[in-house]
Design a protein. Structure first.
Lengths: 273, 289, 337
């Protein structure tokens, strides 16, 4: 009797320990990795099962191996692309939030500028990218400009929503406190808009990666897009897929950075309804 | 410090008559706020909407004045104009003799919605006054904690608004309006969003708090009970465009119990308002005795 | 009666029409996918079609424009097209990766790709490119050629600034001096620039060691095995067309313009491209005939690709191509004097 209850408590202890392990922050890391691994295993299996030709789609074991062996090369291009994305992201953030604030504060700007911005953004990247290269040449400036241009739109839209979300009667209260413009912005408008801005930043992080790669396809001297194109020219499918994997990882990394930054800057998010 | 039935300061062992007398306005009391020929017309896409006035009023220092009327009659507009937050189409507001041109800052405002910043704790919300007005932090903190205690908010200091009940949020809003010790308190249907029980309790707590410092109060409501229960004077406003059609001096002792049915005078005052409302069509009842 | 005789005659005519239509539908349907959009340099096929060489051998040929040699080679390997026309290097690379295809005719032996630069820039040999910028179109075959040429000249990676630029920008960037050189097709670059009054210097890859077989016809192995006769007929008719463009370039351009009315280039430019940029390269010095490269050229191809273009040295180059589908009497390589 005693032994049974002892083993029972031992197993429940184990179960609760496993449960707490899965619940914690480790879950946020373990689960995605597990899912990724499962996808890769399924991919490998289907390649073998359906006898997919390697010159069309390489197996995960093949391109993962190249990811390891060519890591220096891939890493160099990954850094080249990431540099641009980072800079573009910062510019896009500053311009997007500022413009969002302006548009909400000055109604005429909304009527004039906003439709124009939407019109420019709707033009597909595949058309605007060659234009940017033709105007600004191949190199950092055209990459930076196009990536900034594309990344800033979700930040702008969400900033507008954020600044709009403030109950206008709050301004009665702030005005009766004697708050000047700077105080109103710092204490009321900016913190209220932050959650929305971060939503925009998360979307922008994905857009920025795709924009950066697309323009590298069109005109570049380095970067993951350049590497993918180069691999394609050499018919090196394994390297190409390894570079594609690196691209996805870059996007994931940026998204992660933004999410972590959010948790740092907006600790009150967890307390919202 | 819970105050229960404490006589107003400086009156010792006086009876109700004494108190009633001091509640009546005298020439000696200064005018805090006054409005002359104040009116407001809104321009909308459907044309012009004459919403308010013209009205004239005087509010003395330390007086608790309610404005009561039907929805949309212009009472909230009156408050915003008096606070300098909305320009009048015509007429003037004077604060202690000076014409008002810009938002009044020696004031605390409470709206029907708590309008707290959901990204600040309750205490930090109140301390916004200190931050913006650049007041002494320690003094303000002490005052804030004091107010929290008096408003039954102890323990709520570090909670976010989303973690508080509706009644508590409104109390925090009141604390925010008082922490900087303004001369004037303006409240626009502050208890409108609360349930009846909370409403009564908060009304009781507010009166006691007010009695400590006797600020000038403008209180907008559509509840006859609240108006009579809290005020020295009730201004009754007609339907839109609102004008002041009656002024009731409330001579009841303070602090007033929540169940005002005890006092026959209450029924007298209440009926007066009901009759006016019936006359102007706010209420539509059958024949009454 | 008059009307009855007329009706019988009509019936008879109808039956005859049906019979002849029957023989027409007995022709084999084939699709040929090109490496890119229709240009003068594929006009061997267009001329053959125009002159009815395919009809003569009972082939109903549909020609489809392609999206790059890589894409066309993959499509052929997947079996979505019967025959493809691609850069030989791309085909060989794909075969090296296990694609079940073969080269059945080497239609263009000379590598006519160049590194083009404006006359004044003095870029005469690979070493002149050190420190300069060269544009290559995304995923284009010229990239391995360029890198191969630089490697053969002993130039290290990074000494030449290779830029990945969409081909639409090449000419403008060259003319405006935004780029020092362009690795590309002289037909589209030099001739265009010259027509506008500029002067271009071409550095041919084949002069600097990158002289592999240029373009070839490929087909999937199982289709070849299933119907070898069909492919023999196709090759014969096609090579006749390729000979035809040497004999009568005007007719070739006419065929091109008839079949692809959307081509905007002037006839004059198209003719120049054909005569200057293509005809001289159909064969090289030791070519036995149109469609067949010499063994020596195959050796060179193997060498260049394994040393400089990343081809796995273990590839069985002989298995990558076959001459069994070539006609017995190959069209000659002789150029008109």
């Amino acid at each position: 009797m005693v032994n049974v209850s002892a083993t029972m408590t031992a197993s429940t202890d184990q179960r609760s320990r496993v449960a707490s392990l899965l619940d914690g922050a480790s879950a946020k890391v373990i689960l995605p990795i597990l899912t990724m691994a499962l996808v890769l295993v399924a991919w490998e299996y289907f390649c073998i099962l359906l006898e997919i030709p390697p010159y069309l789609v390489p197996k995960p074991t093949e391109f993962l191996g190249r990811f390891y062996t060519d890591f220096a090369n891939i890493g160099y291009h990954m850094w080249a692309t990431s540099k641009v994305i980072l800079m573009a992201f910062v510019f896009a953030g500053i311009i997007g939030v500022t413009m969002g604030y302006m548009i909400v504060t000055f109604a005429t700007l909304e009527r004039g500028a906003y439709p124009l911005i939407v019109f420019l953004e709707i033009i597909p990247k595949t058309i605007t990218a060659p234009l940017f290269v033709a105007w600004f040449g191949v190199g950092l400036s055209s990459k930076l400009m196009l990536t900034t241009f594309i990344a800033f739109f979700p930040i702008l839209v969400n900033s507008i929503a954020g600044f709009r979300s403030i109950d206008p009667r709050l301004y009665h209260i702030s005005r009766s406190m004697g708050a000047n413009w700077s105080q109103t912005f710092r204490f009321i408008q900016y913190p209220a808009a932050l959650p929305y801005i971060f939503a925009g930043l998360k979307i922008a992080s994905v857009y920025a990666v795709t924009a950066s790669i697309v323009i590298e396809f069109v005109g570049s001297t380095e970067g993951l897009g350049y590497l993918i194109i180069e691999a394609m020219a050499f018919m090196d499918m394994e390297l190409m897929f390894a570079a594609i994997l690196a691209t996805a990882l870059t996007g994931l990394l940026f998204n992660l950075v933004v999410t972590s930054f959010e948790r740092l800057v907006i600790p009150w998010m967890q307390y919202r309804q | 410090m819970m105050l229960n039935d404490v006589r107003p300061e400086g009156h010792g062992e006086e009876g109700p008559e004494e108190i009633m007398q001091s509640a009546a306005p005298t020439e000696a009391q200064r005018i805090a706020l006054s409005g002359r020929r104040v009116s407001k017309t809104f321009r909308t896409k459907d044309g012009e909407n004459h919403a308010l006035g013209p009205i004239d009023f005087d509010i003395k220092e330390g007086e608790f004045v309610s404005i009561i009327g039907a929805s949309g009659c212009g009472k909230s507009t009156t408050m915003l104009i008096t606070a300098g937050l909305m320009p009048a189409t015509s007429g003037e507001i004077h604060f202690r003799g000076q014409r008002l041109h810009s938002p009044l800052t020696d004031v605390g405002i409470v709206f029907q919605d708590h309008l707290l910043l959901d990204f600040r704790t309750a205490l930090d919300n109140v301390m916004l006054q200190q931050q913006i007005r650049r007041l002494d932090r320690n003094a303000a903190l002490e005052r804030a904690r004091e107010l929290f205690a008096k408003l039954n908010l102890t323990g709520a200091e570090n909670r976010y608004p989303s973690q508080l009940s509706g009644g508590m949020r409104q109390r925090v809003s009141i604390a925010r309006a008082l922490v900087h010790e303004p001369s004037i308190l303006m409240m626009d249907e502050p208890f409108g969003a609360l349930d009846a029980i909370t409403r009564n309790q908060i009304r009781y707590d507010l009166e006691l708090l007010w009695m400590e410092t006797k600020k000038t109060v403008i209180f907008i409501t559509h509840s006859i009970e609240e108006a009579i229960g809290l005020s020295d004077r009730v201004l009754v406003m007609s339907n839109s465009p609102g004008t002041i059609i009656d002024e009731i001096h409330v001579d009841l002792p303070r602090p007033r119990p929540v169940h005002l049915g005890e006092y026959p005078e209450f029924t007298k005052y209440a009926n007066r308002v009901f009759d006016i409302f019936e006359k102007i069509g706010v209420y539509r009842f059958g024949r009454r005795n | 009666m008059f009307s009855r005789r007329l009706a019988l005659a009509a019936l008879g005519a109808g039956a005859l029409a049906l019979a002849s239509a029957g023989t027409a539908s007995a022709a084999d349907k084939m699709t040929l996918t090109l490496n890119w959009l229709a240009q003068p340099f594929q006009s061997g096929f267009f001329l053959a079609k125009e002159k009815g060489y395919y009809d003569e051998v009972g082939i109903d040929l549909t020609i489809i424009e392609g999206k790059g040699s890589t894409s066309t080679a993959q499509i052929t390997a997947a079996g979505s097209t019967d025959v493809g026309f691609v850069s030989a290097a791309t085909a060989i690379s794909l075969i090296g990766k296990g694609a079940p295809i073969k080269i059945i005719a080497e239609t263009m032996h000379g590598n006519f790709q160049t590194v083009a630069s404006m006359e004044g820039s003095n870029i005469k040999e690979p070493k002149d490119l050190i420190g300069k910028s060269v544009a290559v179109c995304p995923g284009c075959a010229q990239l391995p050629m360029l890198k191969g040429m630089l490697a053969k000249a002993g130039i290290k990676e990074g000494e030449v600034n290779i830029q990945n630029v969409d081909q639409s920008a090449h000419i403008s960037m060259l003319e405006e001096g935004k780029i020092d050189a362009v690795a590309g097709d002289p037909n589209t670059i030099s001739i265009e620039v010259e027509e506008r009054g500029g002067k271009v210097r071409n550095m041919y890859f084949k002069d600097w060691g990158i002289g592999q077989i240029s373009y070839a016809v490929i087909a999937r192995n199982d289709k070849l095995e299933a119907n070898p006769d069909l492919y023999k007929r196709f090759v014969a008719a096609s090579l006749k067309g390729w000979r035809g463009i040497i004999d009568d370039p005007e007719a070739a351009i006419t065929a091109l313009q008839n079949q692809y009315k959307e081509i905007k280039l002037s006839r004059h430019i198209l003719l120049r491209q054909l005569k200057e940029g293509i005809i001289p390269f159909i064969c090289v010095e030791d070519s036995p005939g149109i469609g067949k490269a010499s063994d020596h050229l195959w050796d060179v191809t193997y060498e260049v690709m394994t040393n400089y273009m990343g081809l796995d040295a273990n590839i069985d180059i002989d298995a990558a191509h076959t001459h069994e589908f070539l006609p017995a009497d190959l069209p000659s390589c002789d150029l008109p004097s």
